[in-house]
Write a protein that binds this ligand. Sequence first.
Ligand code: ZN
Length: 358
Amino acid sequence: MNNRLQKLSEKFAEKEIDAFFISQMENRRYLSGFDGSAGYLLIMEKKAVLATDFRYTEQAKTEAPGFEILQIAGSIADWFPGLVSDSGIKRLGFEAGDVTFNFHRQLNDAMKKKKVPVKLVPVNGMVESLRAVKEPGEIEFIRKAAAITDAAFEYVESTIKAGMTEKQVAWELEKSLRENGSQALPFEIIVASGPQAALPHAKPSDRVINEGEPVLIDMGARYEGYASDLSRTIYIGVPDGTFRKIYRTVLDAQTVAMSIISAGITGHQADSVAREIIEKAGYGNAFGHTLGHGVGLAAHELPRLGPDSEETLNEGMVFTVEPGIYLTGWGGVRIEDTVVMEQGKVRVLSQARKVRYD
Ligand code: ZN
């Protein structure tokens, strides 16, 4: 039993389960080390099984030591009842946020048919809350992913010019990320210029970037499976008063939020500090998303930093701090860094340059 499985099985009693069936991809990887694209885990208190098909059994043996590897084939009905029938399991947790209605029905039907008396119990966020607190090795992977992202940004910041399209800039970024060692990107790069930057998640288009426009860039790299997340907003040409004011407000909101975020505060408290600064500057309605989110094996995971988040920010958590202001017809500014909670305070992992306007 590895340390992560140990921590997980310690929570079985409070959820009233005696085993846990894992189907979610990142959770499977986190608990077993196996990063193939298909497979399931059955975690019992004294034993752990990794069920995967012919394509992956050899890989699974290497990547998931300590797991019993079960080679599966056919539909769930062919192997699931056998997997759980002789195990003594009475109440089996399943990942309610991942299992589809159809899959749940197949599991139930298969057990009924074979008269296996196991009750399926929905469980939420159990592995995700373990994943939120990173081990030193995980933080190092995210730091490396952040360094790759920084390098790509710095390259593009020095070469971007009026006349390029958003897609061209996105492609330069993507090449740079991959050349600097990123695995497949954790999410599609955002390059949004001029009025397009008012859409927080705009897709890069064939729009030509003009002089006198903001360009919002949001991207991440992946290293050893771990993601980073970085946003910068640059200005082509000499920034006007409006851009300076909005940019300064966003940067101020980010800087102050980072300085007050300490271990023990809630995601809601962190969010409200940044939100208040933006509101006071008169852009209260223009910050329409949350302040941040956890980053790890998934680009978006726990904890959440937002008005509805009662989650506590704890030592070892890695998350983004990304305030923004978006004005329809004008454009937008977002500044985002990936940070880690260390010794009760925020340490910034991404180091890409930020322009400061006085
Ligand atoms: Zn983000």
